[in-house]
Design a binder for this molecule. Sequence first.
Ligand code: ATP
Ligand code: MG
Length: 334
Amino acid sequence: MPAPQSGIANAALPNYAANKLWFDKLGSPKISMARIIAVANQKGGVGKTTTAINLAASLAAASLNTLLVDCDPQSNSTSGLGFTKDPERRGTYNVLIGECDAMSALQPTALERLFLLPAHKNLIGVNFELVDAENREFRLRDALAPLRDRFNFIVIDCPPALDLLTLNSLVGADSVLIPMQAEYFALEGISELLDTIERIRAALNPTLEVEGVVLTMFDERTNLAQQVTAELKRFFGDKVFATTIPRNVRLAEAPSHGKPVILYDERSRGADSYVQLAKEIIAKHMPGFEAFSEPTQAESSEQLAEGEEKQVVNAPRWRRWRDRNKLITMDLKS
Ligand code: ATP
Ligand code: MG
């Protein structure tokens, strides 16, 4: 057992030194400052974590330096990327209570340009331990500040509550991305979040924007889905993403394999939809940057193996992009 370092609880130093080497190998980002996007909705089970993981992975797959911050004590983003629950590992908790800096807690992932600030259930303690702390709402913003010039995008997975963790995420973010299911009372549930955003704008983060609303687990064939979409568009206008995320079993299976869907089944509709969402976001913030090369004419008209098609008719041929876009995946265990 290494001797604990003063001021840094639970340090397991050899790994962190190796992780820093991975980090130092990252190319310089293509924009100067990261855009920080909090994925939030206080309603549980709407697809926040699925969106955070797969949006972050798709951005990294587009060769953009991306950090996923797990800000939820459930730690689903952490386990969904294949990390075991390890109370010894530094994570968001240690960063928020000031035990270590964010850089020293970053973990490389199987995608070369995707890093994770992991969480553990101990993160719940932040809600109590920081109650009377100075600057308690600004902890995450201040912790991420030194990383902003190393990443193109920082995606924060929030818990299903409007607690101090979500508050820190919204104060630290440039924008909030709201995943929603097309349910009849969807808009009613969202008003509390919008009130919170307004209050944060007024008091703590005047430049906080709504990045957009994305419909998740979407089944376009139902009348209800069409009605809710129309209602949402009346309310949010062009803030509703053109991309919708279909209900897709590959998205639900991928976390149990510890992988984003793009590495689990790159030809699934789920993978394609999150690539499209990433493209929309990249087009908005990095105009002119070609996120993924489109399939060539030959590739688009290519005959598909029996049984492969229908559901993937619009899916880009990711393996070929991977070569063409020089995406590097890594087997960290080797
Ligand atoms: P929580 O509020 O508990 O943090 P969440 O908003 O992060 O939940 P997820 O964990 O992403 O929601 O999703 C809830 C469940 O729905 C998970 O089992 C997930 O695998 C599944 N799921 C999410 N999106 C999809 C989808 N598009 N298709 C199929 N299953 C999905
Ligand atoms: Mg979640």
